[in-house]
Write a new protein. Sequence first.
Length: 226
Amino acid sequence: MLLSFWAFFYWMTLCCSQGKELQEYFSSIMKKSGSQKLRRMIREAVCYDINGNKVQHGEPFVPEGNDFCYHCKCLSGQAGQCFTTECAVPTCEDYKAVPGKCCAYTCPSGVNSEAAELAIIISLSVGLVLLLILLVFVIDRNRKKNQRNRRRSEVLEQSQNLRPRPLNNRLAVIEEENGDGIEPPPPYTPGRGRYSIRKPHYASPPFTPNEPPPPYEIDSREATDV
């Protein structure tokens, strides 16, 4: 009886040990298949954008809703890493958002932000062109004025060169041997000034060419005294 008990105990131990090994083996298989299935499910998981289109894993999209400026990334079939795009407010007060577009607005009053910006750009361009034309006109006018002044000065110089000048202005400065400069005398003016010719107090007898001299007479008294 004791032998049969030991045989039964050995059989139970053997069965239990094999069962544990089988359980561990099957559990590892289940884990591997589960991870593969999970990975396959993640790869096959898709998202749907605001228009109902499929979006694959890792791609950006706009999720379903009414905000077209709300952007997300498809992660395992769910929207993640989302952010909202900030838009500039239009200049008009009663603006409305354009459905199906981000940062697009309309102004029912007729004043559109895009049209206003275009008008501003056109007005600035026209103003710059007018300023450029005015600058070119002023530069051309000054150039012509300078040319006229230059011609006038040339004509005046030519007329001054043709005008007669006094004699002393035409005489060059006389240089002596030692190198000192001597200015020429003042111009001669008959009958005026310091160097005018004075008339003698006596009247000289008239002179006739080829006339013999008067006879030479010696005073007898002067000869006797000598």
